[in-house]
Write a protein that binds this ligand. Structure first.
Ligand SMILES: [Zn+2]
Length: 402
């Protein structure tokens, strides 16, 4: 098969067979994908190639033996514009200078990202990532079928954050009583307290704040808890049609839940364990919202996998109804998806990413990168969704201190 990269230097071919997607793929994945669209994408790439010498961000990652879960996530992160620029401009070095701990992971991640955006090779090897001990790179993953892209993402972001955390000396722990404050005030105070300890580019981009409201069913007393989150694990709602929308799943995630039996929390007013209702809402929306669709019944055992088709929007995902504050703007556009095909016992990960420079979607299947239509992005394999907040002229709740 002619490679995508080799195709850059040739003229537009007469036969579709010479296009950078093989014909079998074209038939299987998108019967509606027209040749003219492919040619125009192809022409766009040639123009880009002429301007930049090398097509950027279209470099594959070699599979080192069951490492597709890692490759899939690394490609999604590489197509996260602000994180990519942080690495390409070496801004991370400034933060590393403040850091007294080992910074090998951030350096390695930045080097890999730089290579993905500057290499003239068709694919590169992420082998240097293998030197990192668990949980970043869990070598036991290689011998088991239990690799999980979402788990890897969380460990990687956490590891990167710890190395570029601008906070080098944690303030003393002080117990503050926020009970007299309004929920919004309490949320803001909790967020500022979080930033006093955890403050990095990774936090700026990925961390949001979740509000849990607990209501005692005996006395009616309501208490709120605010927790930072790196991603949201969303249950997949079940409908007889077999197809659900992302909002159906988010409504299931935020619907009122009853905590009873062993799960009963202690009510502050009754001063006893009581049956309570619990409800989540989003107090602070992150710049990058990572939604993990809970396809596996248990991420450790992975007994079963749900292959429900979740219909998610590529543009204008409006999440205001899930916000604690009704006024907050929360409109997101999709830019990357980590896919898992196969069953609970094993499978393969790929990534679909919208190239920030070209605005077109590409499929990243280990070392192979190929253009795709945006109509192919939704599938029942979608596992981790990456959304970016659209700019708002009046955003009052940014990642800075309040
Ligand atoms: Zn009570």
């Amino acid at each position: 098969m002619p490679s995508l990269r080799q195709s850059y230097t040739v003229t537009v071919p007469e036969e579709p067979a010479a296009l950078p997607l093989d014909k079998a793929d074209l038939r299987r994945k998108s019967p509606s994908l027209s040749r003219s669209m492919l040619v125009s994408t192809f022409m766009g790439l040639i123009i880009n190639q002429a301007k930049n010498k090398s097509p950027q961000g279209l470099v594959g990652l070699r599979n080192l033996g069951n490492t597709c879960f890692m490759n899939s996530i690394l490609q999604c992160l590489s197509n996260t514009p602000e994180l990519r620029d942080y690495c390409l401009r070496n801004t991370h070095r400034t933060d590393l200078n403040n850091c007294r701990t080992n910074a090998a992971l951030m350096e390695e991640f930045a080097k890999l990202t730089q290579n993905l955006w500057t290499s003239v090779n068709e694919s590169i090897s992420p082998s240097d990532f293998r030197i990192f001990p668990p949980p970043i790179f869990n070598s036991s993953h290689l011998n088991s079928l239990n690799q999980d892209a979402q788990e890897f993402l969380r460990c990687l972001l956490d590891g990167l954050h710890n190395e570029v955390n601008r906070v080098t000396a944690c303030p003393k722990v002080s117990i503050k009583d926020f009970d007299h404050l309004s929920d919004d005030e309490k949320g803001k105070q909790m967020w500022n307290m979080y930033l006093e300890r955890e403050d990095s580019k990774v936090v700026d981009l990925f961390v949001g704040q979740l509000k849990s409201s607990l209501t005692c069913t005996v006395c009616g007393f309501r208490s709120t808890v605010f927790d930072p989150f790196w991603d949201l694990s969303i249950p997949i709602s079940q409908k007889s049609s077999g197809e659900v929308t992302l909002k159906d799943c988010l409504r299931l995630f935020t619907k009122e839940d009853v905590l009873d039996g062993d799960d009963r929390p202690t009510c502050k007013k009754c001063k006893a364990r009581r049956k309570c209702t619990k409800r989540f809402s989003i107090q602070k929306f992150p710049q990058i919202l990572v939604l993990h669709l809970k396809r596996f019944s248990d991420s450790n055992i992975r007994a079963t996998k749900l292959s429900t088709y979740v219909n998610f929007p590529l543009k204008e995902l409006d999440l205001r109804e899930f916000s604690s504050e009704s006024s907050e703007r929360a409109v997101y556009n999709l830019y990357a998806v980590s896919n898992h095909c196969g069953n609970a016992l094993g499978g393969h990960y790929t990534a679909y990413c919208r190239n920030p420079a070209l605005g077109e979607w590409y499929s990243y299947n280990d070392s192979r990168v190929s253009p795709m239509s945006s109509s192919q992005v939704r599938s029942s394999n979608a596992y981790v969704l990456f959304y970016e907040l659209t700019p708002s002229p009046h955003s009052k709740y940014q990642t800075c201190r309040l």
